[in-house]
Design a protein around this ligand. Structure first.
Ligand SMILES: [Zn+2]
Length: 94
């Protein structure tokens, strides 16, 4: 079972890789299905991050961070149901 710290390390690597391909293994299941999507203000580039694995549906959330250039961003001004891309209901690692 991956710890929160392992997820944070993986998140840091994914963050640094933006906008390049995210090609690292999930800290929990090892599949290369990690996703990093931000929800935030498209002009100020501040928001929060969703980082999860599409295979095992575990991940973490990171609040109030700078959004790197080229990141995938949901516009926080849109109603939650209309935001793209959709984020699955994954289990937060504490
Ligand atoms: Zn996984």
């Amino acid at each position: 079972m991956a710890t929160y710290d392992q997820w944070l390390d993986s998140y840091s690597a994914a963050y640094d890789a933006v906008p390049g391909p995210l090609d690292q293994p999930c800290p929990r299941c090892g599949n290369h299905r990690l996703r990093l999507v931000f929800t935030g203000d498209l002009e100020r580039l501040i928001g929060y991050a969703h980082f999860w694995c599409d295979h095992c549906l575990h991940g973490i959330g990171v609040s109030r961070t700078a959004i790197p250039d080229g990141a995938v961003i949901q516009d926080i001004r849109r109603p939650r149901a209309d935001r793209e891309p959709k984020i699955p209901n994954y289990r937060l690692v504490q």
